[in-house]
Design a protein around this ligand. Sequence first.
Ligand SMILES: Cc1ncc(COP(=O)(O)O)c(C=O)c1O
Length: 319
Amino acid sequence: MADRADYVWMDGKIVPWAEAKVHVSADTVLRGGNIFEGMRAYWSEAERELYIFRNAEHLKRLRQSAKIMRMSIAYSDAQLTAGFIELLRKNRFTEGVHFRPVVYFGEGEAYGFKPEEVHNGVFVLAYSRPHAKSITTGIHSCTSTWRRNSDVSSPSRLKAAANYHNSRLATVEARLNGFGVPIMLNDRGEVAESPGSCFMMVRDGVLVTPPVTADILESITRATLIQLARDELGLQVLERDIDRSEVYIADEAFFCGSGAEVLPIVSVDHYPVGEGKVGPLTKAIQDLYFRVAKGGVPKYRHWLTPVYGEAGAAAAAAQ
Ligand SMILES: Cc1ncc(COP(=O)(O)O)c(C=O)c1O
Protein backbone atom coordinates (compact mmCIF):
# COMPACT_ATOMS: atom_id res chain seq x y z
CA MET A 1 0.00 0.00 0.00
CA ALA A 2 1.19 3.53 -0.76
CA ASP A 3 1.76 5.82 2.21
CA ARG A 4 -1.62 7.38 1.79
CA ALA A 5 -4.79 5.39 2.09
CA ASP A 6 -7.26 4.70 -0.71
CA TYR A 7 -10.18 6.31 1.11
CA VAL A 8 -10.94 9.42 3.14
CA TRP A 9 -13.76 9.95 5.65
CA MET A 10 -15.53 13.17 4.78
CA ASP A 11 -18.58 14.49 6.60
CA GLY A 12 -19.98 11.10 7.43
CA LYS A 13 -19.11 9.35 4.18
CA ILE A 14 -16.22 7.26 2.94
CA VAL A 15 -14.97 8.73 -0.36
CA PRO A 16 -12.11 7.71 -2.66
CA TRP A 17 -8.93 9.71 -2.03
CA ALA A 18 -9.17 11.62 -5.35
CA GLU A 19 -12.72 12.76 -4.63
CA ALA A 20 -12.08 14.23 -1.17
CA LYS A 21 -12.13 17.94 -2.03
CA VAL A 22 -12.88 21.36 -0.59
CA HIS A 23 -13.27 24.51 -2.68
CA VAL A 24 -10.26 26.81 -3.22
CA SER A 25 -12.23 29.68 -1.66
CA ALA A 26 -12.62 27.83 1.65
CA ASP A 27 -11.19 29.53 4.71
CA THR A 28 -9.11 26.42 5.42
CA VAL A 29 -7.34 26.94 2.08
CA LEU A 30 -7.01 30.73 2.24
CA ARG A 31 -6.02 31.19 5.88
CA GLY A 32 -5.31 27.73 7.25
CA GLY A 33 -8.60 27.88 9.19
CA ASN A 34 -8.73 24.41 10.68
CA ILE A 35 -7.99 22.44 13.80
CA PHE A 36 -6.89 18.85 13.82
CA GLU A 37 -5.51 15.88 15.69
CA GLY A 38 -2.59 13.63 14.79
CA MET A 39 -3.39 10.12 16.00
CA ARG A 40 -1.89 6.68 15.70
CA ALA A 41 -3.24 3.19 15.54
CA TYR A 42 -0.86 0.34 16.34
CA TRP A 43 -1.00 -3.14 14.89
CA SER A 44 -0.68 -6.09 17.27
CA GLU A 45 0.60 -9.07 15.28
CA ALA A 46 -0.10 -11.39 18.23
CA GLU A 47 -3.79 -10.44 18.29
CA ARG A 48 -4.19 -9.54 14.58
CA GLU A 49 -5.82 -6.35 15.78
CA LEU A 50 -5.32 -2.65 15.14
CA TYR A 51 -5.61 -0.40 18.21
CA ILE A 52 -6.28 3.34 18.17
CA PHE A 53 -4.12 4.85 20.90
CA ARG A 54 -5.77 7.19 23.43
CA ASN A 55 -8.77 8.00 21.28
CA ALA A 56 -10.77 9.66 24.08
CA GLU A 57 -7.88 11.99 24.96
CA HIS A 58 -7.43 13.08 21.34
CA LEU A 59 -11.15 13.79 20.99
CA LYS A 60 -11.06 15.81 24.20
CA ARG A 61 -8.18 17.92 22.87
CA LEU A 62 -9.93 18.38 19.51
CA ARG A 63 -12.90 19.84 21.39
CA GLN A 64 -10.61 22.10 23.41
CA SER A 65 -9.06 23.42 20.18
CA ALA A 66 -12.58 23.95 18.79
CA LYS A 67 -13.57 25.87 21.91
CA ILE A 68 -10.63 28.27 21.66
CA MET A 69 -11.45 28.77 17.95
CA ARG A 70 -15.19 29.27 18.76
CA MET A 71 -15.86 26.50 16.29
CA SER A 72 -18.61 23.90 16.50
CA ILE A 73 -18.17 20.25 15.56
CA ALA A 74 -21.24 18.69 13.98
CA TYR A 75 -20.42 15.17 15.17
CA SER A 76 -20.43 13.53 18.60
CA ASP A 77 -17.39 11.68 19.93
CA ALA A 78 -19.21 8.40 19.22
CA GLN A 79 -19.84 9.42 15.60
CA LEU A 80 -16.23 10.50 15.10
CA THR A 81 -14.91 7.30 16.67
CA ALA A 82 -17.20 5.23 14.47
CA GLY A 83 -15.86 7.23 11.50
CA PHE A 84 -12.23 6.50 12.46
CA ILE A 85 -12.98 2.79 12.78
CA GLU A 86 -14.89 2.72 9.50
CA LEU A 87 -12.03 4.49 7.69
CA LEU A 88 -9.29 2.27 9.12
CA ARG A 89 -11.31 -0.86 8.33
CA LYS A 90 -12.12 0.29 4.81
CA ASN A 91 -8.43 0.85 4.09
CA ARG A 92 -7.68 -2.59 5.54
CA PHE A 93 -4.64 -1.44 7.51
CA THR A 94 -2.57 -4.19 9.08
CA GLU A 95 0.40 -2.03 10.12
CA GLY A 96 1.04 1.21 11.98
CA VAL A 97 -1.26 4.04 10.90
CA HIS A 98 -1.13 7.79 11.42
CA PHE A 99 -4.46 9.51 10.93
CA ARG A 100 -5.59 13.06 11.06
CA PRO A 101 -9.13 14.21 11.84
CA VAL A 102 -9.49 17.81 10.60
CA VAL A 103 -12.30 20.22 11.44
CA TYR A 104 -12.16 22.97 8.87
CA PHE A 105 -13.77 26.29 8.10
CA GLY A 106 -15.20 26.16 4.58
CA GLU A 107 -17.02 28.78 2.58
CA GLY A 108 -19.33 31.47 3.90
CA GLU A 109 -18.98 34.95 5.30
CA ALA A 110 -16.24 36.96 3.55
CA TYR A 111 -12.92 36.61 5.40
CA GLY A 112 -14.34 33.77 7.47
CA PHE A 113 -14.20 35.51 10.84
CA LYS A 114 -17.78 34.82 11.98
CA PRO A 115 -17.76 31.14 12.91
CA GLU A 116 -21.56 30.90 12.88
CA GLU A 117 -21.68 32.18 9.28
CA VAL A 118 -19.04 29.91 7.87
CA HIS A 119 -19.75 26.35 6.87
CA ASN A 120 -17.55 23.90 8.67
CA GLY A 121 -16.89 20.26 8.03
CA VAL A 122 -14.78 17.33 9.11
CA PHE A 123 -12.54 14.97 7.21
CA VAL A 124 -10.15 12.26 8.30
CA LEU A 125 -7.00 11.34 6.37
CA ALA A 126 -5.04 8.18 7.10
CA TYR A 127 -1.50 7.17 6.16
CA SER A 128 0.44 4.00 6.61
CA ARG A 129 3.27 4.97 8.95
CA PRO A 130 5.70 2.40 10.27
CA HIS A 131 8.30 3.44 12.85
CA ALA A 132 10.96 5.83 11.50
CA LYS A 133 14.52 4.43 11.38
CA SER A 134 15.66 7.38 13.49
CA ILE A 135 13.83 6.12 16.58
CA THR A 136 16.59 3.51 16.82
CA THR A 137 19.57 5.66 15.83
CA GLY A 138 18.51 9.00 17.31
CA ILE A 139 18.83 12.38 15.62
CA HIS A 140 21.15 15.38 15.60
CA SER A 141 19.16 18.38 16.78
CA CYS A 142 19.84 22.12 16.97
CA THR A 143 18.33 25.19 18.57
CA SER A 144 16.10 26.95 16.07
CA THR A 145 16.51 30.67 15.51
CA TRP A 146 12.69 30.78 15.26
CA ARG A 147 10.71 31.12 18.50
CA ARG A 148 7.65 28.97 19.20
CA ASN A 149 4.29 30.70 18.85
CA SER A 150 3.46 32.58 22.01
CA ASP A 151 0.19 32.18 23.93
CA VAL A 152 -0.48 35.89 23.54
CA SER A 153 -0.45 35.71 19.74
CA SER A 154 -1.20 32.23 18.42
CA PRO A 155 -1.47 29.75 21.31
CA SER A 156 0.63 26.63 20.82
CA ARG A 157 -1.82 24.64 22.97
CA LEU A 158 -4.30 25.11 20.13
CA LYS A 159 -3.73 22.41 17.55
CA ALA A 160 -4.54 24.60 14.57
CA ALA A 161 -2.99 24.22 11.13
CA ALA A 162 -2.00 27.90 11.08
CA ASN A 163 0.39 27.29 14.00
CA TYR A 164 2.35 24.95 11.76
CA HIS A 165 3.61 27.77 9.55
CA ASN A 166 5.87 28.53 12.51
CA SER A 167 6.82 24.84 12.62
CA ARG A 168 7.61 24.88 8.94
CA LEU A 169 10.05 27.79 9.23
CA ALA A 170 11.96 25.99 11.98
CA THR A 171 11.96 22.58 10.26
CA VAL A 172 13.19 23.87 6.91
CA GLU A 173 15.91 25.98 8.54
CA ALA A 174 17.17 22.99 10.54
CA ARG A 175 17.23 20.77 7.44
CA LEU A 176 19.10 23.35 5.36
CA ASN A 177 21.67 23.53 8.15
CA GLY A 178 22.08 19.75 8.11
CA PHE A 179 20.17 18.92 11.31
CA GLY A 180 17.19 16.75 12.11
CA VAL A 181 14.27 17.95 14.24
CA PRO A 182 15.12 21.27 15.96
CA ILE A 183 14.38 22.49 19.50
CA MET A 184 12.34 25.69 19.60
CA LEU A 185 12.63 28.18 22.44
CA ASN A 186 9.66 30.25 23.55
CA ASP A 187 9.52 34.07 23.73
CA ARG A 188 11.10 33.93 27.19
CA GLY A 189 14.08 32.03 25.83
CA GLU A 190 13.21 28.76 27.60
CA VAL A 191 12.89 25.44 25.82
CA ALA A 192 9.37 24.99 24.43
CA GLU A 193 9.11 21.99 22.09
CA SER A 194 9.99 20.88 18.58
CA PRO A 195 7.92 21.90 15.53
CA GLY A 196 5.84 18.74 15.99
CA SER A 197 6.69 17.04 19.30
CA CYS A 198 7.48 17.70 22.95
CA PHE A 199 10.90 17.69 24.59
CA MET A 200 12.16 15.64 27.53
CA MET A 201 15.62 15.26 29.03
CA VAL A 202 17.25 13.23 31.78
CA ARG A 203 19.52 14.90 34.33
CA ASP A 204 20.95 12.82 37.18
CA GLY A 205 18.25 10.19 36.76
CA VAL A 206 15.38 12.72 36.84
CA LEU A 207 13.10 13.11 33.83
CA VAL A 208 12.60 16.83 33.13
CA THR A 209 10.15 18.40 30.66
CA PRO A 210 8.87 21.96 30.12
CA PRO A 211 5.50 22.76 31.76
CA VAL A 212 2.29 23.12 29.75
CA THR A 213 2.65 26.90 30.20
CA ALA A 214 5.92 26.98 28.18
CA ASP A 215 4.13 27.56 24.83
CA ILE A 216 3.77 23.89 23.98
CA LEU A 217 0.99 21.68 22.76
CA GLU A 218 -0.57 19.81 25.69
CA SER A 219 0.80 16.59 24.29
CA ILE A 220 -0.94 13.30 24.94
CA THR A 221 2.32 11.37 24.53
CA ARG A 222 4.00 13.69 27.03
CA ALA A 223 1.21 12.98 29.58
CA THR A 224 1.43 9.25 28.80
CA LEU A 225 5.20 9.14 29.34
CA ILE A 226 5.05 11.17 32.54
CA GLN A 227 2.55 8.65 33.94
CA LEU A 228 4.49 5.60 32.74
CA ALA A 229 7.84 6.97 33.96
CA ARG A 230 6.45 7.63 37.44
CA ASP A 231 4.21 4.59 37.87
CA GLU A 232 6.07 1.88 35.98
CA LEU A 233 9.73 2.96 36.00
CA GLY A 234 9.73 4.68 39.41
CA LEU A 235 11.35 7.82 37.98
CA GLN A 236 11.07 11.27 39.44
CA VAL A 237 9.53 13.60 36.83
CA LEU A 238 9.83 17.38 36.95
CA GLU A 239 7.73 19.73 34.84
CA ARG A 240 9.76 22.93 34.90
CA ASP A 241 11.41 25.49 32.65
CA ILE A 242 14.54 24.27 30.86
CA ASP A 243 17.36 26.62 29.89
CA ARG A 244 19.11 26.18 26.57
CA SER A 245 22.48 25.49 28.21
CA GLU A 246 20.96 22.72 30.35
CA VAL A 247 20.25 20.75 27.21
CA TYR A 248 23.99 20.77 26.41
CA ILE A 249 24.79 19.06 29.71
CA ALA A 250 21.81 16.69 29.82
CA ASP A 251 22.57 12.97 30.21
CA GLU A 252 19.81 12.01 27.76
CA ALA A 253 17.22 13.80 25.66
CA PHE A 254 14.35 12.87 23.36
CA PHE A 255 11.30 14.21 21.58
CA CYS A 256 7.89 12.63 22.03
CA GLY A 257 4.60 12.79 20.18
CA SER A 258 2.01 10.65 18.43
CA GLY A 259 3.89 11.06 15.16
CA ALA A 260 7.46 11.25 16.53
CA GLU A 261 6.79 8.46 19.09
CA VAL A 262 9.89 8.44 21.35
CA LEU A 263 12.68 9.95 19.24
CA PRO A 264 16.14 9.98 20.87
CA ILE A 265 18.38 13.05 20.47
CA VAL A 266 22.08 12.23 20.30
CA SER A 267 23.43 15.77 19.85
CA VAL A 268 22.24 19.38 20.03
CA ASP A 269 24.12 22.23 18.30
CA HIS A 270 27.03 19.76 17.86
CA TYR A 271 27.23 19.08 21.61
CA PRO A 272 26.90 15.33 22.20
CA VAL A 273 23.98 14.51 24.52
CA GLY A 274 25.48 12.31 27.25
CA GLU A 275 27.71 9.86 25.44
CA GLY A 276 26.33 10.89 22.07
CA LYS A 277 24.17 7.80 21.67
CA VAL A 278 20.66 6.68 22.60
CA GLY A 279 20.46 6.78 26.42
CA PRO A 280 19.38 3.80 28.56
CA LEU A 281 16.38 5.51 30.16
CA THR A 282 15.26 6.81 26.76
CA LYS A 283 15.40 3.24 25.46
CA ALA A 284 13.48 1.90 28.49
CA ILE A 285 10.79 4.57 28.08
CA GLN A 286 10.55 3.90 24.34
CA ASP A 287 10.23 0.11 24.84
CA LEU A 288 7.54 0.54 27.48
CA TYR A 289 5.63 3.05 25.34
CA PHE A 290 5.48 0.63 22.42
CA ARG A 291 4.48 -2.31 24.60
CA VAL A 292 1.63 -0.26 26.06
CA ALA A 293 0.51 1.12 22.66
CA LYS A 294 0.48 -2.34 21.09
CA GLY A 295 -1.62 -3.89 23.86
CA GLY A 296 1.16 -5.73 25.73
CA VAL A 297 0.46 -4.23 29.16
CA PRO A 298 -2.98 -5.24 30.54
CA LYS A 299 -3.15 -2.32 33.00
CA TYR A 300 -3.26 0.17 30.12
CA ARG A 301 -5.56 -1.64 27.69
CA HIS A 302 -8.27 0.91 28.44
CA TRP A 303 -6.17 3.39 26.40
CA LEU A 304 -6.74 1.28 23.27
CA THR A 305 -9.74 1.20 20.95
CA PRO A 306 -9.85 -1.93 18.77
CA VAL A 307 -10.61 -1.39 15.10
CA TYR A 308 -11.46 -4.82 13.74
CA GLY A 309 -12.87 -6.88 16.59
CA GLU A 310 -16.54 -6.95 17.54
CA ALA A 311 -15.41 -4.81 20.41
CA GLY A 312 -14.32 -2.11 17.94
CA ALA A 313 -17.85 -1.08 17.17
CA ALA A 314 -18.99 -1.48 20.77
CA ALA A 315 -16.18 0.75 22.04
CA ALA A 316 -17.19 3.40 19.53
CA ALA A 317 -20.79 3.27 20.67
CA ALA A 318 -19.80 3.57 24.33
CA GLN A 319 -17.68 6.71 23.95
C1 LIG B 1 3.75 21.11 18.00
C2 LIG B 1 3.51 19.77 18.62
N1 LIG B 1 3.92 19.56 19.87
C3 LIG B 1 3.74 18.37 20.48
C4 LIG B 1 3.13 17.32 19.82
C5 LIG B 1 2.91 16.02 20.52
O1 LIG B 1 1.56 15.90 20.87
P1 LIG B 1 0.89 14.47 20.99
O2 LIG B 1 1.73 13.71 21.94
O3 LIG B 1 -0.45 14.73 21.57
O4 LIG B 1 0.85 13.87 19.66
C6 LIG B 1 2.67 17.51 18.51
C7 LIG B 1 1.98 16.46 17.74
O5 LIG B 1 2.28 15.34 17.69
C8 LIG B 1 2.86 18.76 17.90
O6 LIG B 1 2.45 18.97 16.64
